[in-house]
Design a protein around this ligand. Structure first.
Ligand SMILES: N[C@@H](CCC(=O)N[C@@H](CS)C(=O)NCC(=O)O)C(=O)O
Length: 370
């Protein structure tokens, strides 16, 4: 075990540790606790129990109900949060709306169910929601023993750290001995332990259940750093009074491929969710936007564009929806790049690995529409 090396952190660590102890003893006795991360026992098993089968076709149930029930975040700027008019908005919300357009040609036929890191999997397993569109990482255990499938990776992410600029830390390795706020029931908690162990760094996790309590504890100085997916760091930083007082460190310690999840056995619905993402990415590649989709449908000579837009090929029908599904989705929401630009650029995220595969370093790639 290493000892803390940097005086600046040692000082704030003490403040953080005592502050954390106080909050744990009072506000959050049952849900928050400090645990040593390294060397530590391997991270805990996934929060939810293995899935009990939900029978019946989700697509049919959604049609019969007349509404899609989308499990989203409790509130994460840029991804899923009520806007100033109280209307849910964000990147993950746009994927719910896209599904509703594909199924009903009506973006408003969605009921949003806020889910926490801890209860999201139970909500999907139990059938309380039809789909999770909620910054959730694709992992082997979630894909198997929890009973889910992933539609596609709609956001390539990774875990990072945020610190106060005033702390003077600019590299994650300087966090040796630090207290780090982290939410349970996440890959974040597990990765933090893995990373600390691998890097032979001692981290003192302050595990706090609710997102807003994590941020509050970090802001109050009870933790030296806050860790989550870089997307989540950007979202939380963007809504602080002075975002510039907080620095997202350059190290990314994990891979967090985020995407929509559906239940095992729900392949028809899953196919639609998957090809919806590919349609958004493919449209960007072909240069089809909300503004020009009608014109492209009428005039573009490329056969794949005509198939994607449903003029030929009957691809929508193969997915169980109207052949005009992508025309409707693109008119309502724009292509992947437009959705990214509208929701995520304002919180400071760049395309990075989420650029199209035709851009160096870009990973977003759609299989053929045929
Ligand atoms: N991608 C990670 C982390 C997802 C996650 O839940 N992150 C937190 C912090 S950004 C969150 O969204 N919390 C909201 C809540 O629990 O209400 C995972 O799938 O485990």
């Amino acid at each position: 075990m290493t000892t803390p090396k940097r005086p600046i952190l040692k000082q704030s660590i003490l403040a953080g540790a005592f502050g954390a102890a106080a909050i744990l003893a009072t506000a959050l006795p049952a849900t928050a606790q400090q645990r040593p991360a390294a060397p530590a026992a391997p991270a805990a098993a996934p929060a939810a129990a293995p899935a009990a089968p939900v029978t019946g076709s989700t697509l049919d149930a959604i049609r019969a109900r007349g509404t899609l029930i989308c499990g989203v975040n409790t509130g994460l700027a840029g991804f899923a949060a009520p806007n100033s008019q109280g209307v849910w908005a964000g990147f993950d919300v746009d994927y719910c709306r896209a599904l509703a357009i594909a199924i009903f040609n009506d973006a408003n036929r969605v009921r949003y169910v806020p889910t926490t890191a801890q209860n999201r999997f139970t909500a999907l397993q139990s059938g309380e929601v039809d789909v999770l569109s909620r910054n959730t990482t694709w992992t082997l255990s979630r894909d198997t023993s929890l009973g889910f499938d992933y539609a596609a990776t709609n956001f390539y992410d990774g875990q990072g750290f945020m610190v106060k600029r005033a702390l003077g830390v600019n590299n994650a390795n300087q966090l040796d001995g630090a207290t780090v706020c982290v939410q349970p029931g996440t890959t974040t908690e597990q990765n933090l332990a893995d990373w600390a162990r691998g890097a032979r760094i001692q981290i003192r996790p302050v595990v706090i259940e609710r997102l807003e309590d994590n941020i509050a504890a970090y802001i109050a100085g009870r933790c030296d750093a806050y860790t989550t997916d870089v997307s989540g760091l950007a979202a939380s930083r963007a809504v602080q009074q002075n975002p510039n007082d907080h620095v997202i460190l350059p190290q990314v310690i994990s891979k967090e491929p985020l995407g929509m999840l559906f239940r095992h056995g729900d392949q028809r619905f899953g196919d639609l969710a998957r090809w919806l993402h590919f349609g958004l990415v493919g449209a960007e590649e072909f240069g089809i936007t909300a503004a020009n989709v009608d014109q492209m449908l009428a005039n573009d000579p490329r056969p794949e564009v005509q198939r994607m837009l449903g003029r030929t090929g009957g691809l929508g029908q193969m997915l169980g929806v109207d052949n005009a599904w992508m025309v409707n989705v693109l008119k309502g929401l724009g292509n992947y790049g437009e959705i990214f630009q509208r929701n995520l650029v304002p919180i400071g995220l760049q395309r990075g690995p989420n650029a199209l595969w035709t851009t160096p370093g870009g990973l977003q790639y759609a299989p053929p529409f045929r």
